[in-house]
Design a protein around this ligand. Sequence first.
Ligand code: ADP
Ligand code: SF4
Length: 693
Amino acid sequence: MTRDPRHDILFEPVAIGPVTARNRFYQVPHCTGSGWQSPHILAGLRAMKAEGGWAVVNTEYCSPHPSIDDTPYPMASLWDDRDIRAHALMADQVHGHGSLAGVELVLGGARMANHLTREVPLGVVSMPLATGEPFQTRAMDRQDIREVRRWHRNAALRAMKAGFDIVYVYATHDYLLSQFLSPVLNTRSDEYGGSLANRVRLVRELIEDTKDAVGATMAVAVRFSAETNGGGGGDGTPVPGETEDMLGLLGELPDLWDINVSDYSLEMGLSRFVGEGSLESYVSTIRSLTTKPIVSVGRFTSPDTMAAWVRKGLVDFIGAARPSIADPFLPKKIEEGRVEDIRECIGCNICYMGDARGAPIRCTQNPTMSEEWRRGWHPESIASRGSASRVLVVGAGPAGLEAALSLGRRGYDVVLAEATRELGGRVTREAMLPGLAEWRRVRDYRVTQLNRLANVEIYPESTLGPEDVLEVAADHVAVATGARWRADGFGTSNRRGIESLGPRESLFTPDDIMAGRLPEGRVLVYDDDHYYMGTVMAEALRGQGLETTLVTPEDAVSSWGGLTLDRWRARRRLMETGVGIVVAHELVSFDGRRARLACCASGEERDIDADSIVLVTSRTPDDALYRSVRESMEAGEKGAPKSLRRIGDCDAPAIIAAAVYSGHRYARELDTDIDRDNPLRHDRVNVETNHEN
Ligand code: ADP
Ligand code: SF4
């Protein structure tokens, strides 16, 4: 296939100071949940982006000194020369694919508590940490500022030794430098505070220091917020003209401007709330303020939009974190005119959740993310089949589709049977709910790819019973029949179920709502699941004009959704649409007219009027088919398979990413010798080589 000429512009080389990127695809710095603890996982992940065509591949935030420590969030470090090797591992591999490697040095300010190192956090002024912890920063004096400049410079020199091509001065996202820039927070009375020229002084000095130290061979990039107060700094109040004035002073100093906004929930917003290219109005203010190359992000997956942004002069580089996670080969696919092969990011932020949990990031769309080194998984290739076997996959939700696709790619003869007319299982159903339309991409990518495989037969509208499975007489069977929402209240807070739950016709689950069985009257949505389904149900029912109240035992709406940036925007959406909210209350009973709630703190009970209840608590695996076939196998019945596995929600109900991963893993491991005792390579400190450190 050949590339669409309208996309040629994306493949032009662009100079960034002393270095040149081979095209306009730029993986901006993003967290990986690996940091200095897992250098091999990290290098494997970054190298894959370079192989996939990203001309620039950056690290995550990298600490230059122990006083910048974001534990428990994994971060990179360049504290001393012994940190160089780990970074060289990444830089060498990125170079091996013809790309540039960049490192994002960070100064933490009031956003890091230094739990690992127990250093006192340094701040523009003495202020409480933005982490909500009972610690304050020390207001930096002149000596602190001199030291911070030295640490930053030394880290840049180490980055050069590691082989990096680009080094960042990181002046946004409410870290130290944006706090210095802030007209609200920076109330210093010395030459680093007060006037705008004083507030930008530290950023300017760091750019100059870095240029002086490494500028002959490395490009210096500045990450900067296009909001009018230069980066927020804890107060969203815009100050008109500040960005223009700051860029007036700094605009020509660095080699590249990496532009974003400090509000993560907008910059890396969920597709539920924020669409592709959402920063356009912010980025458009920058072009006239600098002649230097500009990169920005926008969860771009459409090459037409990307090319339009470059053509309009908004940016010189297409920045990406999430689209490069969902598809490390996105640039190559556009280059080769294979746009339909792009695995588009769905904007769910499960990647972010991994890092927020201190674990290597995972991705709903790309099951190989972070598994490149430790399991040897490549997103675009897979080993050929281990035997000439026939495999039956029952159920075409995310798990079944991914299993069938990956088995098909391995060359197996695959039969995929699905009960319903439409493939996709839960993602097809959930995509009909408010804000979740992009979930459909999980299905669409896989169905498009499956349709190209002659060795995969797909049978929709085919509900298989145990005897049907035996009749197919496949060598291997994977049961991916999913799970159903429970209607008995069993959930995180209630391990016995709710005893008194009124008439069944007044009880609903998300499956009922998605199947079109709607409640009437006043509805109570009981969310003991704590992710998106509770708030989405409430929004959907309110959208039907029903008086709706969301009740949750947690002290926050969508508490787990805090890890994916769901929480506050979901709550705002409920408030805007007029959904009542009751937090920190358990549902005790319901009689068809009233729901009894108990306060989680005091136990005090109260009633609220409700005609129907939607229970969003937990799910039951749909594994009856699995159990029957297992019995047939054990009885040695004719047609029984040699191997049988349940995968996805049928195995253990969880997030969509877990189902995709489960299907992929099943396909990878079929006919493969897996050491069950040591299933993956463990990235860790090697005491043998490090004991002298
Ligand atoms: P997962 O997230 O694990 O992929 P889903 O619930 O999304 O699970 O998908 C399960 C799919 O399996 C659904 O599309 C459902 O219609 C299908 N299914 C369930 N039971 C059968 C069966 N006996 N035969 C064929 N398909 C089935
Ligand atoms: Fe996109 Fe979700 Fe993958 Fe993150 S986890 S890259 S948001 S699809």
